[in-house]
Each structure stands twice: as C-alpha cells, then as structure tokens.
Design a protein around this ligand. Structure first.
Ligand code: HEM
Length: 208
C-alpha cells in the first residue's frame, strides 16, 4: 500500500514500550498461574523450576509496572472520558452491528479502549502494591501476616481482572480489522481512521 494511504498512529518508541508491557504481562500471567495452583505447577518448567519462578516473577512485575507507567504518561490525556464516550457506550449494540453512522465522531480512542486503559492502570497499581507486600525476600520485616493475607487475595483478584481485560484488548485488536498494524507498523489506513476515529483523522490530516 502506498504511504499516501496511511496515517501515522504510534512512534517506534511507543511501540517498543507497548510490546515490553505486553510480553511482561504474558510472562507474569504464566509464572503467576504456576504459583497460584498446584495443577498449574507444570508451568514452572518455562522459568527453570519452582524456585526460579518464585524469584523471577516479582522482577517481571517491576518491569511491567515501569513499562506500563511509560504507556500511562504517553496516553492518559487521550484516554480522558468525555460526553461522546457515554453516548458511544449507550449505543454499543449499534457499534457491534457495524451501524456507527449516527454516533459522534471519535478521537484517537473509543470508550472501550479507554475502559481498558483505566482498568489496567488501576489493576497494575494494585498488583504492584500487593506484590511488594508479598515479596518477603526483601520486605518481610515491613509487613504483618494479616497484611500479607489481604494482599494475597487482592493480588489474585487483580491478576484475574488484568488477564480478562488483556483477553478483551487482544480480541478487539484482532476483531476490528486493520488495528493490529497500528502496533506492528505504527500506521493505519486512512479508511480505518475515517471509519473508526474520524475526529482524530481530521486532526491528523489537518497537521502540516
Ligand atoms: C499480545 C498482546 C497485545 C496485543 C496484540 C495488543 C495490541 C494492541 C494494539 C493493536 C493497539 C493499538 C490500538 C489502537 O491504536 O487503536 C494497542 C494499544 C494499546 N495497548 Fe495493547 N496489545 C497487547 C497487550 C497489551 C497489554 C498487556 C497492555 C497493558 C497491560 C496493553 C496496553 C495498551 C495500551 C495502553 C494501548 C494504547 C491505547 C489506549 O491508550 O487506550 N496492551 N494494543
């Protein structure tokens, strides 16, 4: 496709930031599930055994936290909620059935993307905080048994939430044709932009 038909959506730095986040979340889900239930213990083989999995899991969590922090500061202003998002959410049925004509034109992100963004922001913060409380090798002396018990529950519940949101995020990225290339090549077609994010498209083509 000629370069005239595409619009730039992400810089290389933003894409590297995104993929570091994605890979660390997948590794955390696999190592975390291995530690979560004996029936999933076989997953420790991916990380060099039980002790290695326990040792490495929190460090990958640190990578995820700081890498997501990067995404947060890059994108949070674009994810602020506005009235059009409420209208969009109320008409989700029309969106899913590909009848978006009557709906407000969208900026860079739709309400679904924004909910994914804020959902992951809250859950990753809680995962990091509760994870530190459970990281006995360094912080054992600073927390009580009761705090650890509460953190274990919060940590597990937030992990389930983050994995579910991740599944929705990936499903949407594949389902809305032409979206994946935004994060692989950094650009999207003009047609995609016009159809899904018209207000953003108008701003982009208006730029010098
Ligand atoms: C294999 C896994 C993943 C795939 C295939 C994927 C795919 C994508 C794609 C295609 C976009 C561009 C959407 C657009 O510009 O309209 C995107 C944006 C984004 N992704 Fe992912 N992603 C993955 C994992 C993750 C994970 C694990 C996180 C965070 C925990 C994440 C957070 C984000 C954020 C914050 C954006 C920017 C959109 C926004 O701010 O709402 N992604 N992703």
């Amino acid at each position: 496709m000629s370069e005239n038909n595409v619009v730039s959506r992400y810089t290389t730095a933003a894409r590297i930031n995104h993929w570091i986040t994605a890979v660390s979340l997948i590794l955390l889900a696999l190592s975390g599930m291995a530690l979560f239930h004996p029936s999933l213990y076989f997953l420790t083989n991916l990380f060099g055994g039980g002790q290695m999995t326990r040792a490495v899991h929190p460090w990958i969590g640190v990578v995820l936290f700081f890498s997501f922090l990067g995404l947060f500061f890059r994108f949070f202003t674009l994810n602020l909620w506005n009235r059009d998002d409420t209208v969009w959410m109320k008409n989700l049925g029309a969106v899913i059935n590909d009848r978006e004509e009557g709906l407000p034109e969208l900026g860079k992100y739709n309400a679904g993307q924004k909910l994914v963004f804020w959902g992951q922001s809250i859950l990753i913060l809680l995962l990091f905080g509760s994870g530190l409380v459970l990281w006995d090798v360094y912080f054992e002396a600073f927390t009580s048994i009761d705090q650890k018990r509460l953190s274990a529950v919060v940590h597990a519940l937030c992990a389930i939430g983050a994995i579910l949101i991740w599944i929705v995020h990936v499903y949407a990225a594949i389902w809305v044709k032409g979206t994946l290339r935004a994060m692989t090549r950094g650009s999207v077609t003009r047609g995609w932009s016009w159809k899904h994010h018209r207000k953003w498209f108008r701003q982009e083509v208006g730029k010098p």
